[in-house]
Design a protein around this ligand. Structure first.
Ligand SMILES: [Zn+2]
Length: 949
């Protein structure tokens, strides 16, 4: 028998490398679907914010889903049952547009049921495709139709309508004719959350001169006019197309205005003195007048024989922009609307509001009534030729003082990426003002991660007063209002009770298909028509709480959801009063956006898009885009500080894969020495373990504790860092190296060998659990390879298993630190010898530790330590022998031998002298240590081992 066959060499079926096919796929069912089924009581509820069911998943989706899954898996590992119902947001414009595209028709050319049927088909197809993609991230869920949700599901829609009914009951829903954000490209109203601000938008800004009505001047202004002549009012606007809707000019009571003469033309103007020169050049101030003395004065509307209009006070007028005189159009600005409404200028139902703009953003015939003197505006796009024609008319009639291009932040339709306008339409609104105080009080009870994100959500709610919930589209949940022959809307808890009953029976599509009479509540007579409005999709997804019986433990979405889902979830739940959940979540977690390696947004046009599916499965060219597997993607997601925007690129991915490989190899080494669990041995209790083993256990105890806390605080990067450090430094670079000789060459049942195997069992079990929420496939693979009790169940069934507190031993750490200092000194000397090619293996060396003479009362802690752990020093230094010798007895290596020496200062001026020199003994042919007497082939230890083979 060859000696090498008597060594306890590591044996494992655990492959060094795997592919997605044989490494991950065999564990997919076990760690996803099956695991989800296995757990199902007393659930920890994570409510899934439904992604929009359109297009392939991007890195943001992957990050979001993986973070959620990591949280859930940690809960399962710790014995909690979790409830996670994946959802999809299915209504709305992009899907409707896709459906129209596939039908090859425009919305107004088709019956609603045709559009809706096609849109449903598109949404289902997208849901199926996204579901298949999601499952490749290793997510634990039940993906059946019954245990997932879609906002277009019949049951979901009915619950949503019931929640809406409760809000109507609470008096929160009303219809107004008033300005709203309108998307001409989508032909629908938009909510704040659907706007995307473009900082580089260019508008045409104009300075327009209005003529005073000399029969309607305030006395103060009358005096100035008599003394100095008649000024014109100089007004600035960035939306010239809204000038036909002008209803007033606003000033601020407290600002001081100047009547001044423009030197160049001798024209007189009224505006803020500080603003004048940049606009009209050199001036001469003739008089000043306070805003409050201007209010009540009237002026002539442009291009119209209409009666003159008033100067009003508005708190929104500021001295830092424009001229201090603000063109006010209640039809095209929220502030103007509110101010004029308060002044009673708009009529009870807003009938006085001017807004000559159609759904497509083109001027209607009404513009001709307003500006009877200007031709050609009707039918022109307000942001295009409409604006140009207006500027031209102003110029031609001497009203234009100046015009310029003005770059500013301007709201765009987030779906179509086209500019929006503000225009007056009749819409349904949810009154947020009445909910605000309750919302703020409710948020006091919510925990936010990161903590600062709370401010963001609160400020979005604070800024909002009304939520426009109606959309003029077909693919959505209807707002089931009826209109009588005079156009009065009928939308009451009672009418809804009847209508929801009908829709519950026939589905919401029936709203479009059946005649209005089907929906008229019993007891009412007369002719009614049906509203054609649908609900804002944020209202759809916002009512997801209706599926829960109690607030969710956690919601986790991107930071854009402070404007969106986090808000609509809260507001609809509070708005539903007694039937709502109050605050629908206990913890709100937000993550940033995933950017490319250079920190840029990913975009097709930039060619920098990284698909999470390519990371998992590889690209067409595997050399360029290797198939890293789902675990590698998950390791990346756990490594990033998700509270901020984060980067990903080929280099980051390669580093992540390397970290993954090292974790894997670490586990493999331990598995192999345990012969995949086939090795049976008596475990060694702590009291009989050596220093290195107790140190290892102390360290892994710390890692486990730190990881547990980090998981609870959602600090996943801390879990990863702590684990990777432990594996690379403590295990791989240190413990595995010093313990190989014991593991391979000692007797099978030698105590040091059993101690090392005992440590391996603890460490392997612990790190498998620590990695499991992040790297479930790897954890399952280790768990299944490691034959043992319950290895047929998922590793999550085995649970977290906290290590006993007995392993927490700061004294061991202190001792080890002291010895490590000596160890690195020895390693340095060995390195010197190796550099001069005096030795290859450190086993060829002996180490002499020469101790100074110690007197009574002058005991060295280091010397005590060396004596205490003397038996372990050779393996700690990975040399064949260590001698601890009194200085008086020591004979330094003779001339013929090489040696390296260095002193380690101890207390006082005493040194420990360290010598590294060649071993005088022969090489053992079994263990390769240089500890053999010249006449023998193998060392004593090996002789003993062999007797036990
Ligand atoms: Zn040997």
């Amino acid at each position: 028998m060859a000696y090498k066959d008597t060594l306890y060499l590591p044996k494992t079926k655990f492959p060094l490398w795997t592919t997605r096919d044989n490494g991950e796929l065999p564990y997919v069912a076990k760690t996803t679907d099956d695991l989800y089924k296995w757990q199902a009581r007393d659930p920890f509820v994570l409510q899934d914010g439904p992604p929009y069911a359109n297009g392939s998943l991007h890195m943001g989706h992957a990050l979001n889903k993986i973070l959620k899954d990591t949280i859930l898996r940690f809960q399962v590992l710790n014995g909690r049952r979790v409830q996670h119902v994946p959802g999809w947001d299915c209504h709305g414009l992009p899907i409707e547009n896709k459906a129209l595209g596939e039908l090859g028709a425009k919305a107004h050319e088709l019956e609603p049921h045709v559009i809706r049927a096609e849109a449903r088909k598109v949404a289902l197809r997208e849901v199926t495709s996204q579901r298949n993609e999601m499952r490749q991230f290793g997510l634990m869920a039940n993906w059946s139709d019954e245990t997932t949700y879609r906002t277009m599901d019949h049951a979901y829609e009915i619950r949503q309508l019931r929640a809406f009914q409760e809000m109507v009951k609470c008096g929160l829903i009303s219809r107004h004719y008033r300005p709203v954000h309108w998307s001409p490209s989508s032909r629908t109203a938009l909510a704040e959350a659907e706007l995307e601000y473009n900082d580089k938008h260019k508008s045409t800004a104009v300075y327009v001169a209005f003529n005073l009505d000399l029969d309607a001047l305030t006395p103060k202004l009358g005096e100035l006019v008599t003394a100095h002549g008649v000024p014109r009012l100089l007004v600035w606007t960035t939306t010239p197309w809204t000038l036909p809707s002008n209803m007033a000019i606003a000033v601020h009571n407290d600002l001081e205005y100047a009547l001044l003469r423009r030197t160049e033309t001798q024209d007189l103007y009224l505006l803020l003195q500080s603003k004048a020169e940049p606009i009209i050049g050199e001036i001469e101030v003739l008089a000043t007048i306070h805003g409050k003395d201007l209010v009540g004065t009237r002026y002539r509307p442009l291009f119209s024989a209409r009666p003159s209009q008033p100067l009003i006070h508005s708190p929104h007028v500021k001295a830092d922009k424009g001229t201090g005189l603000v063109h006010s159009a209640a039809g095209h600005a929220q502030d103007d609307y509110l101010v004029m409404q308060a002044l009673g200028m708009l009529g009870a139902r807003g009938e006085n509001i001017l807004s000559p703009v159609g759904p497509d953003g083109h001027f209607t015939a009404e513009v001709k009534q307003l500006w009877s003197d200007v031709d050609g505006l009707e039918g022109e796009f307000v942001l295009g030729k409409g604006t140009a024609l207006i500027v031209h008319a102003l110029q031609e009639r001497g009203h234009l003082v100046k015009s310029e291009k003005f770059t500013h932040s301007y709201p765009y339709d987030w779906r179509t990426k086209q500019p929006t306008i503000v225009t007056a339409t009749s819409q349904w609104f949810a009154n947020i003002d009445d909910l605000k105080e309750r919302a703020f009080a409710a948020l006091d009870k919510v925990q936010f991660v990161p903590a600062g994100s709370e401010t963001r959500l609160r400020s979005f709610i604070r800024e909002r007063s009304e939520w426009c919930i109606s959309r003029q589209r077909t693919w959505g949940v209807p707002i089931p209002a009826l209109f009588d022959s005079e156009g009065n809307a009928l939308l009451t808890p009672e009418s809804l009770e009847h209508i929801i009953g009908v829709l519950e029976k026939h589905g919401t599509g029936y709203w479009w298909d059946a005649p209005a009479s089907e929906f008229v509540p019993p007891g009412l007579s007369g002719e009614y028509t049906k509203s054609r409005d649908t609900m804002d999709v944020w209202f759809d997804s916002g009512t997801a709480w209706t599926a829960l019986g109690a607030p969710a433990a956690v919601v986790l979405e991107g930071s854009d959801q402070h404007r969106g889902w986090f808000q609509s979830l809260l507001l609809t739940s509070l708005g539903a009063g007694d039937k709502g959940l109050g605050v629908p979540y206990k913890k709100v977690v937000t993550h940033g956006f995933v950017l490319d390696a250079q920190g840029r947004k990913m975009a097709k046009s930039l060619g920098n898009v990284i698909s999470p599916l390519t990371i998992v499965n590889g690209g067409p060219d595997l050399k360029k885009d290797p198939a890293y597997g789902a675990d590698c993607l998950r390791l990346w997601a756990a490594s990033v500080d998700f509270g901020r925007d984060m980067s990903i690129g080929p280099k980051v991915l390669a580093n992540t894969a390397e970290a993954h490989r090292k974790l894997r190899n670490c586990a493999r080494f331990m598995l192999a020495n345990l012969n995949d669990g086939a090795e049976t041995f008596d475990p060694v209790p702590r009291s009989q373990m050596g220093l290195a083993e107790r140190y290892l256990m102390h360290e892994i105890y710390g890692v486990q504790k730190e990881a547990h806390e980090a998981y609870l605080s959602l600090n996943f990067p801390k879990v990863v860092t702590s684990l990777v450090n432990f594996c690379n430094v403590t295990l791989s670079a240190f413990y595995f190296n010093i313990t190989k000789d014991t593991l391979y060459a000692d007797s099978a049942d030698a105590q040091p060998r059993r101690a090392a195997l005992t440590v391996f069992e603890h460490v392997l079990r612990t790190i498998t659990a620590v990695i499991a929420p992040i790297l479930p496939h790897l954890a399952e693979e280790i768990h299944a390879t490691w034959q043992g009790p319950h290895s047929d169940l998922s590793v999550f069934a085995r649970g977290w298993q906290p290590l006993s507190d007995e392993w927490d031993d700061p004294e061991v750490e202190q001792d080890m630190d002291a010895l490590m200092e000596l160890r690195s000194l020895v390693m340095g000397l060995l390195e010197n010898a190796r550099a001069e090619k005096l030795l290859k293996s450190s086993l060829e060396a002996h180490v002499d530790l020469v101790a100074p003479e110690m007197t009574q009362g002058n005991q060295s802690e280091l010397l005590n330590l060396l004596e205490k752990h003397f038996d372990e020093l050779d393996s700690l230094f990975i040399v064949s022998r260590v001698n601890l010798i009194d200085k008086a007895d020591y004979e330094p290596p003779s001339n013929g031998q090489w040696s390296f020496t260095k002193a380690l200062p101890m207390q006082g001026d005493l040194d420990l002298e360290v010598y590294v020199r060649p071993s005088p003994d022969g090489k053992c042919n079994r263990c390769w240590k240089f500890t053999v007497e010249s006449s023998k082939e193998i060392c004593e230890r090996c002789e003993q081992s062999l007797q036990n083979v």
